[in-house]
Unconditional design. Sequence first.
Length: 143
Amino acid sequence: MDFSDAPRKPPTESVVPMINVVFLLLIFFLMTAQITPPEPIDVELPDAGIETEVAAPFQLFLGSDGTLAFQDAKGTDEALLALEVERVRACADGGCEGLEVPSIALHADRNVPASEVAALLPKLTAIGFSQVELVTSQNGGAP
């Protein structure tokens, strides 16, 4: 009788630790990614000769049909009211420290008459925005 040990198979590597690492990386990248909300209305930006960064904390959209939108609010009165509420909230939370007034980025469609943009500026000043940055595109419509 042969009582010697039978040949053993080498142990297989477990894939569970690798799956755990992959899921941890997936969660990490999902949590750290900055997901921007979609624009409230479609805007075709005017072209400009130079490209500059817009660092305004508030984004206001003016569509080709004259529709004004801020976040989920659409229409002139609703958008301006929502913008004013958001400015007051940001300044109350300390977002206006070191700034006299916060600035706003205006995404105006290229087909909007300049007179309509000019008529909007006093309304923005009345709710507390004296600095307005006009967002333009260097490549035909994309910001």
